[in-house]
Design a protein around this ligand. Structure first.
Ligand SMILES: NC(=O)c1ccc[n+]([C@@H]2O[C@H](COP(=O)([O-])OP(=O)(O)OC[C@H]3O[C@@H](n4cnc5c(N)ncnc54)[C@H](OP(=O)(O)O)[C@@H]3O)[C@@H](O)[C@H]2O)c1
Length: 246
């Protein structure tokens, strides 16, 4: 593996972003997103991401999960990817505690429709129920069902108020948030200019087809500029880190 930017050095894969920390937002949670795409921009292959990321992408995924208070995720990704409750290994939990974090990140799922089965794997650890964030007009019967396996909070009246959500999370001790997608949620976050940092893996593959990009759903936006922080390469995979240039 090599670091290409900010300066060149050869390194071991296991040193990639070792000891990574995320900034902690107090007025509003700091938000990093972690995504993977093929070099022709596909964010999915046959509706999933499994075939996209290589070894280095898995290292980044673990590093980010080890550094975040919360994992923010759209309901579409929970449904498509068979998401689990996000516990991590005993080693990762100990590492988090050594850094002053809770043993595991809080899962936070965003949904308008509450079309989530209480039987889904993400709800399988009763000691660590996810937080489901919805809005005031979400179906009450679905909310009631999900309350048996999760904490359901309404942020916003007719739509989920994402700025309001990020302003609320630090009061729950969740000031460092990692969003793992998907593209529609990323689109809403980008539109509201809430994305502070981006970890993007570009894989050495092309799929063509109609797969979505890593940010989806917007017609057009004013330029949201990001400044490049680092570039690493491992096995032809590029690991890019950007920060919002404000
Ligand atoms: N390449 C990558 O790194 C990566 C990462 C993650 C996911 N993915 C892929 O992305 C695909 C899913 O795409 P997607 O765009 O459907 O994912 P998504 O953003 O996770 O899910 C969309 C759903 O999330 C909820 N949601 C999103 N934004 C919302 C908002 N502003 N307010 C309220 N609810 C909101 C809605 O849920 P309800 O329908 O429940 O109302 C919406 O239908 C999957 O194939 C997955 O594999 C790729």
């Amino acid at each position: 593996m090599q670091q290409i930017f900010p300066e060149y050095r050869s390194m071991d894969l296991h040193d990639l972003h070792a000891g990574l920390t995320l900034d902690e937002g107090r007025e509003r949670a700091w938000l990093a997103i972690d995504m993977v795409a093929s070099f022709d921009g596909a964010a999915t292959v046959r509706g999933q991401t499994e075939r996209l990321g290589g070894e280095a992408d898995k290292v980044i995924f673990g590093r980010l999960r080890a550094a975040a208070d919360a994992i923010l995720i759209g309901a579409g990704t929970v449904r498509a990817e068979e998401y689990g409750p996000g516990g991590g290994s005993a080693e990762r939990r100990q590492d988090r505690v050594n850094r002053g974090l809770a043993p595991r990140p809080q899962m936070v799922i965003v949904s308008r429709s509450l079309d989530l089965s209480p039987e889904h794997r993400v709800f399988s650890d009763p000691e660590h129920p996810p937080l489901i964030v919805t809005h005031g007009r979400a179906p009450a019967d679905r909310a009631e069902q999900l309350e048996a396996v999760a904490e359901v909070v309404r942020v916003g009246d007719a739509a989920v108020d994402l700025p309001g959500l990020l302003a609320w999370l630090p009061s729950r001790g969740l000031g460092r948030v990692l969003c793992e997608g998907g593209p529609e949620l990323n689109g809403s976050l980008l539109e509201a200019d809430l994305i502070d940092e981006v970890f993007l893996t570009v894989t050495p593959s092309a799929f063509a087809g109609t797969a979505s990009r890593i940010v989806q759903g917007l017609v057009e936006l004013p330029d949201r500029g990001f400044a490049l922080q680092s570039v690493h390469e491992h096995d032809h995979e590029l690991l890019l880190r950007y920060r919002r240039a404000r």
